[in-house]
Design a protein around this ligand. Structure first.
Ligand code: OAK
Length: 795
């Protein structure tokens, strides 16, 4: 600790020419982070050198989003110096919790997709797999959300305004990315066709590297994020317009979750990411290897959803144009190097690009995809027929279909939960699976246990350490013993006390941010995720309104606090209406003395990784109520169970695997199954109005949205009711309402038995270990990347 104190003083002097204790909190944060970075650096250099020297195969995880969360506490934890640093801070009179909050959160992702990428980077470092992130350094991350009169307002996220201590600019590793112009193929001296570019726009891609330290293992991997700049040519000054055109590319993260923007700028972002990434992977490979034909022995490139799917064509471009390979060997290398994960079944999220736009932005890739398409058709049409091949081809109806391209160019394709993978094979990827029956695999998602339990829930961590020892930090399955241990009434009592303290802390936060007082003894019922119709926050809201009416009718329900957090895509009018209606309903319910202390609706603004870390440890119930067959996996379901919440769920995504892990007695499931939903959709015999007509309670609830009982929501309430009635309730909210209400009552009955509830909590915590991302990446390594961890998580 003495050394740390001294390091803080020295660094404070170097950075700010002042004593550490004289600095403000932001400066103190920078000082601590700088010291921490200095302690990571030697192992970072060592890891890179060791991987290069040993020639171990490396994973490059290409993703248009990463969502790491704040890094200081997590880095200190992984380095094993968190307690020491906190002691040093205390000695200087600094509150470490406040100091951690001074860090800007890198919000370079929308939700599940980006967070999964970051969990994988952490996990790869923690099990000793050489793994690199490859993404975009957005100047502005996902918007900050505020509510004004209950409406969502989006504010810019200027996360780089203060310097980012964690990143290292690597100008010497910059590469040039070419856009637009014309490309001709001309034979060179040997008769080989070579592309000749005219009028292309060149952009400099500059990498910024961030260290990703593993947990207590000395491994430090890299997340590389690319920033666009004008090319700095000493013979040709760039103009302001050049600079603006470059800056634009990495200026802002598209705030759409599961919806395709379809704009040229997004396409440019995707190509920028892919071209910079592929070039840098190949350059690095050539520094240590001579033979490009051995690329897949040392390099695995992973395509995280379709946004980086152009990697297929870009790698072909590099192999053909830069290395002069023939098509067949180049194609073999490409397929062996690439793999692809699908993260959604939603039609509107399946990317495709207008072929003309595509050819204008990336003309050489358009040529290559044309050739991929031609060969694909030539290979399969005779055997499988034109209809099937037309549907599965990379080109069709004037569009470039990114998922098809990704599957065709990869040796492995995976879904992210068992049900999702099965449904992929039956729907979106059916034709491609017919053509490539062995490509489709399942790799169920996972989470960073250390962030979501060790960091977020120190109380529970202490109890687990007490009950099963600290082995679970590295060997997540070791938490299994917690279920038996919690049968001792003493431990069960302590577990209840930990949960109550976490709820009190969240109650304090709610009071400070929304000026609402909530009772920590009440049931805390949590739904935190992006706002989307398929996730059915509306079903939860209808449930709350029904309970409100029941209470007003004189019914008796136990005290319950419903806690939401969710951002809506700025262009998603329906999702924004739900937010407005939620906030308006909160205004009514929370201020009605007739239900005071018994029912509350809390919508916390600006959901992000940091807010999730506050809410999750305090949750009693985890709402995972998407329409069966729509949520690919979900990962908040895993985080919440790991913190002892009971899952209230439809049989969707990874909820099914959670049920299998905890047993049907320790989860509440309800609602239509994916098979039943599909049957309705195929026959077309679902009638929302018929459901409504049969339920007097439901009718009253729906009426509340338009009859003025909730003020100031005329348009929004009408829009929602229209979607239910005129639109025939696309997501079967009304169909599942009665089953949801019944499940909700069962949850309350369980909660009325504190001892039984404590057991269920313990069983959920104990079973969560199987969802550690450490296992997930080890499985990817074995089944897809052919990369083995040096210290795999123990089974
Ligand atoms: C975002 C944009 C396009 C396609 C998919 C997404 C996305 O975030 N999907 C989510 O990925 C998570 C990680 O696999 C899953 O847990 C979520 O179910 C899925 O919606």
């Amino acid at each position: 600790m003495k050394d740390l104190k001294r390091a803080l003083q020295t660094t404070a002097m170097q950075l700010f020419a002042d004593d550490f204790t004289h600095l403000d909190l932001a400066q103190q944060f920078r000082t601590v982070a700088f010291v921490t970075r200095g302690m990571i650096a030697p192992n970072w250099a060592k890891t890179k050198a060791a991987v290069d020297r040993s020639g171990q195969k490396q994973v490059y995880y290409f993703a248009i989003e990463f969502l790491p969360g704040r890094l200081l506490a997590s880095n200190l934890l992984n380095l094993g110096i968190k307690a020491d640093m906190e002691a040093a801070l205390t000695a200087y009179g600094v509150d470490s919790a406040l100091l951690y909050e001074a860090e800007a959160e890198p919000a370079l992702g929308n939700g599940g997709l980006g967070r999964l990428g970051s969990a994988f980077l952490d996990a790869m470092a923690s099990v000793g797999m050489p793994g690199n992130g490859n993404g975009i350094r957005y100047r502005y991350g996902l918007f900050r959300q505020r509510f004004v009169d209950g409406y969502q307002v989006e504010l810019p996220d200027d996360w780089l305004r203060d310097t980012n201590v964690w990143e290292v600019r690597k100008e010497n590793r910059a590469v040039i990315v070419r856009f637009g112009g014309q490309v001709w193929l001309r034979p060179d001296a040997t008769g080989q066709l070579q592309p000749e570019y005219q009028g292309a726009q060149e952009i400099l891609a500059v990498p910024y590297d961030t260290a990703i330290p593993g947990y207590h293992d000395g491994v430090v991997n890299t997340m590389r994020l690319w920033s666009a700049e004008p090319v700095n040519d000493p013979n040709h000054a760039f103009t302001m317009a050049d600079k603006a055109r470059a800056d634009e590319i990495t200026r802002i993260l598209y705030p759409d979750d599961s919806q395709v923007a379809g704009q040229e700028l997004r396409l440019r972002q995707e190509y920028f990411l892919v071209s910079a990434g592929v070039q840098s992977v190949v350059h690095h490979y050539l520094r240590f290897h001579q033979d490009i034909m051995r690329l897949p022995e040392f390099v695995a490139i992973h395509i995280n959803d379709t946004h980086p799917a152009m990697a297929v064509a870009e790698l072909m471009r590099v192999l053909l144009d830069d290395f002069g390979l023939n098509w067949e060997p180049a194609w073999r290398l490409t397929e062996a190097t690439l793999s692809y994960t699908n993260h959604t079944l939603m039609q509107e999220a399946l990317e495709s690009w207008d072929q003309q736009l595509f050819a204008r932005v990336v003309p050489r890739l358009a040529q290559l995809i044309g050739e991929i398409d031609r060969r694909f058709r030539a290979r399969f049409t005779r055997r499988y027929g034109e209809l099937l091949v037309n549907r599965a081809a990379p080109l069709g109806n004037g569009r470039v279909r990114m998922a098809n391209l990704a599957v065709i160019g990869s040796h492995a394709v995976n879904g992210v939960a068992k049900l999702h993978t099965q449904l992929l094979g039956e729907s979106v990827l059916k034709d491609l699976v017919t053509l490539y029956p062995r490509k489709l695999l399942n790799e169920t998602n996972g989470i960073t246990m250390r962030r979501w339990v060790l960091l977020a829930n120190p109380g529970l961590t202490q109890l687990l350490d007490l009950a099963v020892g600290p082995a679970w930090h590295r060997a997540p399955l070791a938490a299994r013993g917690f279920a038996a241990a919690a049968q001792q009434p003493g431990l069960a009592k302590q577990l209840q006390a930990v949960k109550l303290a976490n709820k009190q802390a969240l109650a304090d936060y709610i009071l400070a941010t929304l000026h609402e007082t909530v009772n920590p003894q009440a049931l805390f019922d949590v739904q935190i995720k992006r706002l989307h119709a398929y996730k059915r926050q509306l079903l939860h809201l209808l449930g709350i309104l029904a309970d409100y009416l029941t209470l007003l009718d004189g019914g008796d329900l136990p005290p319950r606090v419903h806690i939401f957090a969710a951002k809506a895509a700025p262009s998603y009018a329906y999702a924004k209406s739900i937010i407005k209606v939620m906030n308006a309903a909160a205004g009514v319910i929370n201020h009605d003395p007739r239900v005071s202390g018994r029912l509350q609706l809390i919508f916390l603004p600006n959901y992000n990784v940091s807010l999730a870390s506050r809410i999750i440890p305090a949750a009693d119930v985890s709402e995972q109520i998407s329409l069966a067959g729509t949520e690919a996996s979900g990962t908040s379901n895993m985080k919440l169970m790991a913190n002892g919440a009971l899952t209230l769920a439809t049989l969707d995504g990874a909820n099914i695997e959670i049920r299998d892990a905890v047993g049907a007695a320790n989860i509440e499931t309800f609602g239509l199954t994916a098979t039943q939903v599909r049957a309705y959709q195929q026959v077309g015999n679902y009638s929302a109005s018929a459901v409504l007509a049969e339920s007097p309670l439901l009718k009253r609830v729906v009426a509340m949205l338009t009859d003025g009982s909730i003020p100031d929501i005329q348009l929004e309430g009408r829009q929602i009711v229209d979607s239910l009635v005129l639109g025939n309730d696309e997501y079967f909210v009304l169909a599942d309402f009665a089953a949801y209400q019944a499940a909700s009552r069962r949850v309350e009955q369980r909660y009325a038995d504190p001892a039984g509830w404590a057991q269920t909590m313990a069983i959920n915590i104990a079973a969560a270990g199987q969802f550690a991302a450490d296992f997930t990446v080890a499985n990817y390594g074995r089944e897809i990347w052919d990369v083995r961890p040096t210290h795999p998580p123990r089974e």
